[in-house]
Design a protein around this ligand. Sequence first.
Ligand SMILES: N[C@@H]1[C@@H](O)[C@H](O)[C@@H](COP(=O)(O)O)O[C@@H]1O
Length: 362
Amino acid sequence: MRLIIRDDSETASFYVANYIIERIRHFNPTPSHPFVLGLPTGSSPLGVYRLLVEQYKAGNISFENVVTFNMDEYVGIPRDHAESYHSFMWKHFFSHVNVNPNNVHILNGNAENLEAECVEYEAQIKRAGGIDLFLGGIGEDGHIAFNEPGSSLASRTRVKTLAYDTILANSRFFDNDIDKVPKMALTVGVQTVLEAREIVVIILGARKALALQRCIEQGVNHMWTLSSLQLHPHPMIVCDEDATLELQVKTVKYFKSIEQVARQQGFEQILPSSIRTGPHSVIPKTVIDEVQSPTILSPQPMTSRLLRATPATEYPLRSVSPDLVPDRMADRVTDRVGIPDISRRLTPQPEHQQQRIASVGA
Ligand SMILES: N[C@@H]1[C@@H](O)[C@H](O)[C@@H](COP(=O)(O)O)O[C@@H]1O
């Protein structure tokens, strides 16, 4: 899990937008090998969409070969209702960029057979080759898409009844009248999200702080469906400082230090090549040269093989996301020359303390 913490919503959105742009560029999508992007609605991704549109207009990114799948849609409100997720997506993103309308997929909450609609949506995702990057937001109760508390972590796209808390939270978009808020939605499942090759979630504001805490510091739990991210190989949460309010100080310092150390080492994030370029491309293989020696008839020892590393430009020498290096708060207590002073550990060791007291007294 990567947790990226930024000062405010603007800088968090900036990080996510740039990240998506970098990922699409790296992937180098073509009509036959498009980048498949999962997208959310809600107020949290608004800044990201604004920045993506800005960058598109500045000529820095193209969405021509990007296929999109939205997370969810209300059931029973007209597609052109101002608060439908169709309207939201076209208003804030699609109509401002060069995405091909045929490449846009949003669940139809007015389908005659809602169940069949959901089954077909899963099939469409599969036909598109799976989702390369799923961008998500969360509800205050830690739900991802409309996977409300108690949703099966194995769930797939389906019809979902909304939790009262969600109806209440979303009433702000419906004249603060909960009677106007749809009570059902179509949503991708937790499993659908987990099957994306990469997941990025943006979490902003103090009202999401408890959800973030449950998802980062506690175990996988169907009552906080975002916590399922812990089971994914490449998840990243980007949040603002306000969203960290319920986290332990050491958790915040830990994740900040991870990012700092990575930057000092000269990288932001390195994903395996198959994730960065999609499943269809050939992953460069390390070449092994056999040493030709006609006189050796017995099996050659390992030292007779020359391992020629593939150039870093083609394939990273570090082939996986950097692992989180345990970083104890106690290890940060250093003396003046920067060497850890064991006698001042935050978890006291009585024998060392005694030695120190004795040496100070001498
Ligand atoms: N179905 C959507 C979610 O996908 C979204 O993450 C959530 C949070 O919205 P906001 O970002 O406005 O808090 O709202 C709805 O419940």
